[in-house]
Design a protein around this ligand. Structure first.
Ligand code: ASP
Length: 329
């Protein structure tokens, strides 16, 4: 086992370095200079990003492919039975059905996504198959399921996980739709990575909002909303209320702001400001963004406190609290 892999493994086996408040180090003034970032680097949303980053890092070492890495990383979360917002164990829609969305992209413009798909354990791999094996970018619903069957993906039994069933039964008592603003209800994994040669890739996968309307699709499978990657500039991904992120083409906006010279941190902060200006009832909306530029500098920002992310480099795999527009009361 290589030194680097040992390091990541070690960081997950109890010595993960938690750095609350590190986000303030990202608050670079508009004219300020940020240190040149590290390469390779992998960022992913929320604390499940730690094991996901570790798997991504291991894959990067095995195959040398940043695309393989971002696929393998989020597959970890798709199988995580404790996660109720990613994978088939996620909370269902209001009809009691788990429907999944996912997207994948590389910095040369290749991308693929699936949305409103049922019975598929690894929607991220199906999104990759759309990218690599079809002339299309996005396949949804029954078409995506049929494509999966044709590609040899096994169909899982359509049955909620015990935790999801319990939560759904409880929800049905009042059947009220009210998103809760942080990880309790938004914990999509979005992952972006840069390899040592400057190649970028990203992935994003979710079961979407709990108790959404049947057929609802969020930002995660929409290229430019939940994920955007461009080798000339950088990459961005999002988590949070999908509708608010789609309204501003959040990830594309961040990449374009970086193209115009903003640092990743400045770009994430501007995207949050834009999101706030285009969405009503902002006190009930959480959204968070992550960004990397091609030098390996990073940014993270959210509407409200509570968003965190995992960052893996040669120095380790750490969980970092993001800054936010609204501050803790
Ligand atoms: N962005 C996801 C969606 O709207 C939700 C989440 O981040 O959990 O589907």
């Amino acid at each position: 086992m290589s030194q680097r892999r040992k390091f990541i493994k070690k960081s997950l086996l109890g010595s993960a370095v938690f750095l609350p408040g590190v986000a303030s180090a990202f608050n670079v003034p508009a004219t300020g200079k940020q240190a040149i970032g590290e390469k390779p680097i992998i960022l992913s949303t929320w604390n499940h990003g730690l094991p996901a980053n570790a798997d991504a890092w291991a894959k990067l070492e095995d195959t040398g492919s940043i695309l393989d890495a971002v696929e393998a990383g989020v597959k970890n979360t798709e199988l995580d039975l404790t996660n109720l917002s990613v994978g088939l164990q996620g909370l269902p829609d209001r009809e009691g059905i788990a429907t999944l969305d996912a997207s994948i992209m590389t910095g040369d413009g290749s991308c693929g996504s699936v949305a409103f798909v049922r019975q598929i354990k690894h929607p991220i791999s199906l999104a990759r198959a759309v990218m690599e094996k079809t002339p299309h970018v996005m396949i949804v619903g029954e078409g995506a399921r049929q494509f999966a069957i044709a590609q040899g993906f096994p169909l899982e039994e359509e049955k909620l996980s015990p935790n999801a069933q319990k939560a759904y039964d409880k929800w049905k008592v009042n059947s009220q739709y009210k998103p809760i603003i942080n990880i309790e209800n938004h914990d999509t994994i979005g992952m972006i990575g840069l390899d040592a040669n400057g190649k970028l890739a990203g992935s994003c996968t979710t079961s979407g909002l709990a108790y959404k309307m049947h057929g609802r699709v969020g930002d995660s499978p929409i290229i430019g909303a939940g994920l955007y990657v461009d080798d000339e500039v950088g990459a961005a991904t999002a988590t949070g209320l999908g509708e608010s992120i789609i309204r501003i083409c959040g990830s594309f906006l961040i990449v374009e702001l970086m193209r115009q010279g903003r640092t990743p941190q400045e770009a994430c902060e501007e995207a949050v400001r834009r999101l706030i200006s285009k969405n009503k009832d902002i006190k009930d909306i959480q959204a968070g963004f992550l960004a990397i530029n091609k030098e390996g500098e990073t940014g993270a920002y959210a509407v409200h406190p509570g968003f965190n992310f995992a960052k893996a480099t040669n120095s380790g795999n750490v969980l970092i609290d993001s800054g936010s527009h609204f501050k803790k009361q």
